[in-house]
Write a protein that binds this ligand. Structure first.
Ligand code: FEO
Ligand code: CA
Ligand code: CA
Length: 686
């Protein structure tokens, strides 16, 4: 990487020039006329020359040398013909992608066994999680394919040694039997969204990691009811919690026992058991895709929560870097990290990329967002010096490392705004405004009690939904929205911002049995007047094209799947403040919100619909904008163990039914990456 190169400057597309894809429940990937989608990299595909082809019948093993399951966030890392980093390369690259979770039963011939889990099953399931680095090349036929024997190919799994970096490195809360000094940890899990640093590394967010661990029924007393109990409860591991897959039952070896986070040992510091193991998960993890020898580092200063993507604000030389992040759980928060070091443009091409990560991601300030009713908001610093945190009644913070490890509790202490499940965030390449998907929230109510959240200006909707034409159910934000913020003065370190809602997800038409009139539906639910060409539910994945400036919106939906499988839309957004204030009248209670300018079919259109029972998530592109890579996660995941070997019971056979891999029209479904090109070779969306 002798000559520093920057990606091509954006050449924005301002009018969507394709025909919208219709909503569909077919077991195929649909893209607009004039486009082609091809399967590139599916669950089980081999990553070494010696690894056998995937049989897809439940007998395959060695997942540390194959594509993992549940493809999720994904980033593109260009390679020159000579095989070195080249940010402008559009024909050879590495894809870095997450393998979030499992469609567990299809990994075994007759589905997964009950506890105690057979070792052979756990040994397939554990390494099927984590991250892939896989080389792709465009062949003489003009089509991309993976390079099975590439020396860059690798898997990072829940067993890969990683380093804890940043302010919580070596903290007393990090000490485990695996790392007595609290500087190391074992692996990464439930990797959901991604990010790409300006210096060319992959960031991967650990999301629903807590569920993989079990805690004994009397563990609170075993811990002497110390402050760790409040932390464990806040992060979803009350005593007696069962683990998601029971891996702790598979053997006495440490690699299984580490999934049991009960206090079992006699030590005072936790170095004889895994009582602190949960504190080593929940981070943004940095991986250098170009260098297998570089350390994998958990960037603890960015906070511990259910991470999705990590989006950098536009880097400006001489100014700090900002990294935006969401915490995906009902009523959780939006965060920003601001580096202590100002950005030096030459660092974009630094030879030691992980050392560059040390420079920008280990020291800085972590903030949480609070939204005001007047369309402004604040970033509140999570500092041990803040009296609200230092004197918080809910948890006794010891130091700044403790604050980032227990970021949720610190955010509670300062009264941050509880959001409708923050999923991905992304930075508009021209305006620099930051967009966050808020996927849905069944706990959002007009009048909230207990653990529910009341409607507020930034999360203003609560309504019933008649899925499958059935009962209207209970009220909530069923279809989600996309909020966006503009930092004051466009400064990365700003502590105040303006906001509005780019889009409210909604069905174009109300349910036939809706209790709302058409007028009420338009005034309380479909606030942006979405039509059949563009209606959607539960936005999740979100990215902007650096080439075209288009917003790509991906859905992970359960509220509208009676009418359509999950989908991806293209948008041409405006900017914060281009719409109007709206007042939602709930009859006795009103809520003011700020809706961005309503889209037209020139500025928002459905581009893709996926196969049955899938989620669309993860997107990246070639720098020339002519190839788009998209992940199809968990098609046909709804399967009982007893039906795993009964193809007639499968909800999906994709991508076998599209001609990819073993099994054909009756194949077990597989998560997979597709590549989309325009048949005339042009830029996607043009
Ligand atoms: Fe893994 Fe919140 O989606
Ligand atoms: Ca997600
Ligand atoms: Ca999701």
């Amino acid at each position: 990487f002798a000559t520093p190169q920057q990606p091509t400057a954006p050449s924005p597309i301002t009018r969507l020039n394709f025909s919208a894809v219709a909503k569909s429940t077919a077991d195929v990937v649909s893209v607009p006329a004039g486009y082609t989608a091809t399967v590139l990299y599916a669950l089980g595909d081999p990553l070494t020359a010696a690894t056998p082809a995937y049989k897809n019948d439940g007998t395959d093993t060695d997942f540390d040398q194959r594509a993992g399951d549940h493809h999720d966030g994904m980033e593109y890392f260009g390679l020159s013909a000579a095989g070195v980093r080249d940010d402008n390369a559009s024909t050879r690259a590495l894809l870095g992608m997450n393998h979030e979770a499992l469609t567990q039963h299809f990994l075994h011939v007759n589905g997964a066994s009950a506890n105690p889990r057979p070792k052979a099953e756990a040994d397939k399931e554990i390494p099927a999680h984590g991250v892939s680095i896989v080389e792709i090349r465009k062949g003489a036929n003009g089509r991309f394919a993976t390079v099975q024997d590439s020396s860059f190919n690798r898997r990072i799994t829940p067993l890969t040694p990683v380093q804890l970096s940043g302010v919580a490195r070596g903290n007393a809360l990090m000490r485990t039997k695996y790392s007595a000094d609290g500087t190391g940890a074992r692996g990464t899990i439930n990797n959901c969204g991604t990010g790409k640093t300006p210096w060319g590394t992959l960031l991967t967010g650990e999301e629903n990691w807590a569920g993989y661990f079990t805690r004994g029924a009397t563990d609170n007393a075993a811990r002497g009811n110390d402050r760790s109990v409040a932390s464990l409860n806040r992060y979803g591991r009350a005593q007696g919690a069962a683990s998601r897959h029971g891996w702790e039952t598979a053997g006495t070896e440490d690699t299984y026992q580490r999934w049991n986070i009960s206090k079992l040992g006699a030590s005072a510091d936790g170095t004889d058991d895994y009582r602190n193991e949960l504190n080593t998960f929940g981070y943004i993890v940095e991986i250098d895709p170009y260098d297998k020898a570089a350390a994998v580092k958990k960037r603890t200063s960015l906070g511990r929560f259910a991470h999705e993507s990590a989006a950098f604000g536009k880097p400006v030389a001489g100014k700090p870097l900002a990294v935006y992040m969401g915490d995906d759980s009902r009523g959780e928060y939006m965060y920003k990290f601001v580096s202590a070091q100002p950005w030096v443009a030459a660092d974009a091409s630094a030879a030691n990329r992980i050392a560059t990560g040390d420079k920008y991601l280990d020291s800085g300030k972590l903030y949480v967002a609070k939204f005001n009713a007047d369309g402004t908001g604040q970033w509140i610093e999570l500092s041990i010096d803040n009296a609200l945190i230092k004197n918080f009644a809910g948890y006794a913070f010891a130091d700044q490392g403790d604050v980032v490890i227990n970021a949720r509790l610190a955010a509670d202490a300062v009264g941050a705004t509880k959001m409708d499940r923050p999923e991905w965030c992304a930075t508009h390449p021209v305006t620099g405004e930051v967009y966050f998907t808020l996927t849905n929230n069944s706990n959002r109510k007009v009048a909230a009690t207990g653990s529910q959240q009341a409607v507020d200006p930034a999360n203003p909707r609560s309504y019933t939904d008649g899925y499958n034409g059935g009962a209207q159910g209970s009220a909530g934000n069923h279809n989600g929205h996309i909020i966006r913020i503009k930092e004051n003065g466009n400064e990365s370190a700003a502590v105040a911002f303006a906001w509005d809602v780019y889009l409210f997800g909604a069905q174009a038409q109300r349910d036939a049995n809706s209790t709302l009139t058409d007028a009420q539906y338009a005034a309380l639910v479909n606030l942006h007047g979405l039509t059949d060409e563009q209606d959607f539910s539960s936005p999740d994945g979100l990215a902007f094209s650096a080439n075209t400036g288009l917003a790509w919106i991906q859905t992970d939906d359960g509220a509208y799947t009676d009418r359509s499988n999950c989908m991806m839309l293209a948008g041409v957004p405006g900017q914060v403040g281009d719409g109007a204030k709206r007042t939602l009248d709930y009859g006795g209670a009103t809520v003011d919100t700020y809706a961005g300018k309503a889209p037209t079919t020139d500025t928002l259109k459905r581009f893709l619909v996926g196969p049955v029972d899938c989620e669309i998530t993860g997107i990246c592109e070639t720098p020339d904008g002519t190839a788009l890579f998209v992940n199809i996660q968990h098609p046909g995941e709804s399967i009982a163990a007893a039906d795993a070997n009964t193809p007639a019971k499968y909800l999906s056979h994709w991508p076998g039914n599209a001609g990819y891999g073993a099994g054909g029209a009756t194949a077990r479904p597989r998560s997979a990456t597709i590549v989309i090109t325009k048949n005339d070779g042009g830029r996607i969306g043009s």
